[in-house]
Design a protein around this ligand. Structure first.
Ligand SMILES: [Zn+2]
Length: 422
């Protein structure tokens, strides 16, 4: 047995690309893989549609393998000739949420999705993985991409980029692009003001502010035909560049973009690791999906919504609240440990914040005034009043309160920002 595990360890070591390999296998550009993701609770189809290219790769050139086990999906990129694992990234998507809804049990729906990887110099094999209900990833699709012969569709947009805050080199920093949505050309002054408001909300909040030298924030001057956002009132249509709207997954406040191909096309001229969409509406709403995108609107809670939704999209954090209009079913099935770092079912608490707890902390921890700033294990989290636990009585991932991430959420965000800057 011992011999077998030694061989296994050696194999993993041999087949994972080393930090110095970036220039051997990749150009400093991004390959955008556009596909249609469709299906139901039990069916998950990925059909490749077309490829595009961004002129820069914003991610790390030395840490290409994702060390996290977050999200519902993953891509892996292998050198075709040697089978060396060159790149991986975990993520979630709107389709993954759709299939947990009542209608998604049986009715298939198409989502236009995009993933990025560094642009290969040689033929690569790209594998797509999915997991259901917090279980292990399963391989769903495998494609070969030969950079000599693939057809690259042109980018339709090339918007002017504006630097809002530059902390470091793009390969050693977290690059966030804030994309304006629903701003017509008449809104140009408001667009700049709103983008700066988002930037200030992010950099004024702990732990982002302590990592300002590892964060770059840019925006683009992308205007919409009309001002406003679709479905502000049910049935109202506004002609906007990203075709966003409220009532995603039939939730009034869930403000999302179905057409992710277009979103990435709009961003194609700017280096980015993550996307935040700033929507020109006073209506309260937003959304954030891990390594996918986040949205925010221009309402009185904008500072809070900005950092709450980024918590989802940068660090894969879960909602710590448990009374809401969320319609997802079995999001965290009984008997499983959620993948998100800031909630636990106690099935594998060791992998969560157990080592951060003060010795003698009762589990569950009573919700009392004395415990209001104490790390504990408080029952009620992840849309469930029972059986799921959160680290703090009140955190920015639970309540509408700005700049109050609990120590567990702060640690998760900080670790992710460190990862981007390695
Ligand atoms: Zn928290």
């Amino acid at each position: 047995m011992k011999k077998i595990s030694c061989i296994a360890l050696v194999s993993i070591f041999v087949f994972v690309a080393q930090a110095q390999d970036f220039n051997t296998y990749f150009k400093n550009q991004s390959l955008r893989i556009n596909y249609i993701h469709s299906g139901t609770k039990d069916v998950d189809n990925i059909e490749i549609a077309f490829f595009q290219k961004n002129n820069v790769w914003a991610g790390s050139m030395t840490h290409l393998i994702d060390p996290n086990d977050y999200g519902c999906h993953k891509i892996e990129v292998y050198d075709s000739a040697s089978n060396l694992l060159l790149y991986s990234r975990t993520y979630s998507c709107l389709f993954g949420e759709y299939r947990t809804t009542e209608v998604g049990k049986t009715k298939s729906k198409d989502f236009k999705e995009t993933v990025l990887c560094p642009f290969p110099k040689k033929t690569v094999r790209i594998e797509f993985y999915t997991r259901k209900q917090q279980l292990a990833f399963e391989k769903k699709k495998s494609i070969f991409v030969n950079p000599e012969i693939i057809v690259i569709a042109p980018n339709n947009y090339s918007f002017q980029t504006i630097d809002l805050a530059i902390g470091g080199d793009i390969h050693r920093a977290y690059d966030l692009v804030i994309v304006p949505e629903g701003y017509s050309i008449e809104d140009s002054a408001k667009l700049i003001k709103d983008m700066k408001m988002c930037k200030d909300a992010i950099l004024g909040c702990s732990p982002f502010k302590e990592h300002a030298s590892q964060i770059n924030i840019r925006t683009i001057l992308s205007y919409s035909e009309e001002s406003g956002i679709s479905q502000e009132e049910k049935g109202k249509y506004v002609n906007t560049i990203l075709e966003s709207g409220f009532y995603s997954l039939d939730l009034e406040r869930y403000l999302m973009v179905d057409h992710v191909w277009k979103l990435h096309d709009v961003c194609s001229n700017v280096p980015y690791d993550n996307i935040l969409i700033m929507c020109n509406t006073k209506k309260y709403g937003g959304g954030g999906i891990y390594n996918w995108y986040a949205t925010v609107s221009d309402n009185k809670h904008i500072n809070y919504v900005c950092v709450h939704e980024l918590g989802h999209s940068i660090a894969g954090l879960a909602d710590e609240y448990y009374s809401s209009e969320v319609t997802v079913q079995d999001f965290y099935p009984k008997g499983t440990e959620p993948k998100e770092p800031n909630i636990t079912s106690l099935i594998d608490f060791k992998s969560k914040w157990q080592d951060m707890l003060e010795v003698g902390t009762p589990i569950p921890t009573p919700i009392t005034d004395e415990n209001k700033d104490k790390l504990g294990v408080y029952e009620g989290a992840g849309y469930c009043a029972k059986g799921l636990y959160r680290p703090y009585i009140s955190c920015t991932m639970k309540d509408i309160v700005y700049d109050r991430f609990c120590p567990v959420c702060k640690k998760a965000i900080s670790e992710m920002l460190e990862l981007y800057s390695k």
